[in-house]
Write a new protein. Structure first.
Length: 721
């Protein structure tokens, strides 16, 4: 047997005859077939504590592909009868029993014919005490044409290539722009700074074109001789100005002293142990030139080790007030108009560790979208391996951030409570604490038969949802199940206003939504699939509270698969040439880039499986298109039209539900559904040009071919947006 099959494991420790413990979030059993390839693999899997979320991978010529993974039935205790279909060109099978450290029992046996499979199933049943369910799984055995697998681009090589693009594409600054002095003043507070860090900073400044910027080092009463000596030696360095503050007064006041002598039209704030990237000044100046209304410009940044070697990126979306209210994703490099900055009084003392965040929230308030520009270029090198104030005194930094957020979002009803987000060091504004009255929500649910689903969602709404005023409207396209009809007849007995409108017709999601909206009496309308399961009582309060963000017309929720993997964390338009759920299939606690999946944010689209819409949005955008998008992408079309009409779309991770996707009507990608699905796809491409769509919530440096984006190279630097 060993000549035929190679078995190996990773991330596992054997603790008994068939007992194992996962040691990380990616344990697996791997079977490689060298000569004779089996027809079956029988697997017994039993959890010891928590439910497991097993996944299956098959190599049919191009290795294992995360996007083609098969999610297996949740394992409390389960037997999987896995069959490789003819022509059985599978060279390896991988079983991932779980995606976190868990204890479990595992046994597997390969089989080459039906008799061997039956014997293996009998053995597996004995292990489970005949109490285990048997789940049948089929693997496509067709060989894949061998392709040269695209290697992931590492951050260092990507960064190096981007710098080469900047050297080629960064435009010179016309002399007329320098007639009145430097374009940008970079202000740096200094206090006992290590000389090597100051050397790196100065060198990066001197890589910028001469005369285009000035570097203002504002010393906050340093006492270390080496720092004082270094500053004294640079007094006459061209473009460098030293500000001496006799006393140590803190970062905010030291920075303000530097801002006070700045001569540039723009002011950029740098930390003493970070560095600029070549081309930064030219590209920022170009952005200002091409966007004369701009009041604020921010860039991407590259995270480095102690030696300024790139290790990660912060690739940012276009400006998003909602995201900024949960995490300071803007951060470095931020460039302010000097006049506006001085008029605001620059930085404020008393926000230790979050003084930059406080400045951002105050400075950006009241600016219009076209006055805030994101330059998708890593102009800033952030040295992460260091002892910053915020790292050393994180509690004080969090206190300062919460203080400024409460001030920013105060209203006539007072200041909101600022709570922790899904990452404890990030923020959630509890708008609901300020609400005196909750608006009525009309919940529109398309349905037909599906007793188990509709009975559960109705029970979850009436018994497990903590919201004071809502009505339920079921739009039914032809139920004949007497049990469902009886459920409708009794649904109003729970005290929640209820109506069911039954009209036999082919399934048309858009038409059913439009019928429901026409019957709705609420200020807000919630579109809800019948295959949604409630797990947190305050989910609807959270969605309604998100309308406190200005111009919000639509709010979407976080949806999980039954195995607690991510199903919906928002939609990125352009993924796969159409629109896709980003990070679909990731673990529930996955933070995403800059922890974006742990805080609220604006997105271009959200799923119609749980979509809350304002009356104002419905009135301006109009009905769902029941001709062009009868089945699929109707929600994406509506969201895109809402965005074009000026409405904000908010996604929140604090409203989380389970989505049993397409449980009632099946997949759009199989059988009779496929033709209409393909038609709706064509309509989306034609109407919204999704093949070339640039989603403001997405970085242009990200690939569009997978739900979890990777770095990609471009032929030229992307423009500011």
């Amino acid at each position: 047997m060993s000549l035929l099959v190679g078995k190996s494991t990773s991330g596992l420790q054997k603790t008994g005859a068939i007992a194992y413990e996962g040691l990380n979030d990616d344990p697996f059993f791997l079977y490689r077939f060298r000569l004779r390839r089996p027809r079956y693999l029988v697997v017994f899997l039993q959890a010891e504590t928590n439910l497991l979320d097993p996944r299956l991978y098959a190599d049919r010529g191009n290795g294992f592909d995360e996007t083609a993974a098969i999610s297996l039935a949740e394992a409390g205790i389960c037997i999987y009868s896995i069959e490789v279909l003819p022509p059985r060109h599978v060279s390896a099978i991988r079983i991932d029993p779980c995606t976190r450290a868990e204890r479990f029992r595992y046994w597997a046996r390969l089989a080459w014919d039906d008799n061997e499979r039956d014997a293996a199933l009998a053995k597996a049943c004995e292990l489970g005490g005949n109490g285990a369910a048997i789940s049948t799984v089929e693997i496509d055995g067709s060989p894949e044409k061998r392709t040269k697998r695209r290697r992931s681009i590492s951050v260092p090589e990507h960064f190096a290539a981007v710098i080469r693009l900047a050297a080629r594409d960064a435009p010179p600054i016309p002399s007329v722009e320098l007639a009145e002095g430097p374009i940008i003043s970079f202000v740096v507070p200094v206090y006992n700074s290590p000389a090597p860090h100051l050397n790196d900073l100065l060198q990066s400044f001197q890589q910028q074109p001469k005369g285009t910027a000035e570097l203002i080092l504002s010393d906050d009463g340093s006492t270390v001789a080496k720092t004082l000596s270094w500053l004294a030696d640079r007094e006459a360095t061209p473009g460098v100005r030293i500000v001496r503050n006799p006393q140590n007064r803190g970062i905010a006041l030291a920075t303000n002293a530097g801002i006070g002598v700045a001569r540039g039209q723009w002011v950029g704030l740098l930390d003493h142990d970070d560095a600029l990237t070549p081309g930064a000044v030219q590209l920022i100046a170009q952005t200002a030139r091409e966007n004369p209304r701009a009041q604020f410009i921010y860039t991407d940044e590259v995270v480095t080790d102690a030696n300024l070697k790139p290790v990660a990126y912060f690739l940012k979306p276009a400006y998003d007030e909602v995201l900024l209210s949960g995490v300071n994703y803007v951060n470095h490099l931020s460039c302010y108009r000097r006049d506006r900055l001085l008029a605001l009084g620059a930085l404020r003392a008393g926000y230790d560790g979050s003084q930059d965040y406080d400045l951002l929230l105050r400075y950006l308030r009241g600016l219009k979208t076209d006055e805030i520009k994101h330059l998708p270029y890593p102009a800033y090198r952030w040295r992460r391996a260091r002892g910053t104030f915020s790292a050393q005194f994180v509690e004080r930094a969090i206190t300062g951030a919460r203080k400024t957020l409460a001030e920013r979002y105060c209203s006539d009803n007072g200041q909101p409570l600022i709570d922790e987000a899904r990452t404890k060091t990030l923020y959630r504004i509890r708008f609901e604490k300020l609400k005196k009255q909750w608006p009525r929500v009309s919940i529109v649910i398309p349905n037909r038969d599906s007793l188990a689903l509709i009975s559960r969602v109705l029970a979850d709404l009436t018994d497990r949802t903590d919201y004071p005023d809502f009505e339920i409207i079921v739009i039914d396209n032809g139920t004949t199940d007497a049990r469902v009809l009886d459920l409708y007849a009794k649904a109003g007995e729970h005290g929640v206003p209820f109506k069911a409108e039954i009209e036999p017709a082919p399934f048309n999601f858009s038409r059913q939504v439009n019928r429901g909206v026409a019957l709705a009496t609420g200020e807000l309308v919630l579109l809800l699939n019948n295959d949604i399961e409630v797990i947190d009582a305050d989910w609807l309060r959270e969605m309604v509270a998100c309308f406190e963000y200005p111009d919000t017309g639509i709010v979407g929720a976080r949806l999980l698969y039954p195995n607690r993997r991510t199903q919906h964390a928002g939609v990125i338009v352009g993924l796969g040439g159409l629109a896709g759920h980003w990070f679909e299939g990731q673990r529930e606690d996955y933070p995403g880039p800059m922890a974006r999946l742990h805080v609220r944010q604006s997105l271009t689209a959200v799923t119609g499986a749980c979509m809350l819409i304002s009356r104002a949005c419905l009135a301006k955008v109009g009905a769902f298109d029941d001709e062009q998008f009868a089945i699929a992408y109707n929600d994406i079309d509506f969201c895109l039209r809402a965005g074009e009409a000026g409405f904000r779309l908010v996604w929140t991770p604090f409203a989380t539900l389970i989505h049993h996707e397409s449980a009632s009507r099946g997949s759009d990608k199989t059988g009779s559904n496929r033709t209409r699905f393909e038609s709706d796809k064509d309509n989306l491409r034609r109407r919204h040009h999704t093949g070339t769509f640039e989603d403001r919530a997405f970085s242009p440096w990200y690939t569009r071919d997978r739900s979890e984006p990777r770095l990609r190279m471009l032929d030229k630097l992307p423009p500011a947006r």
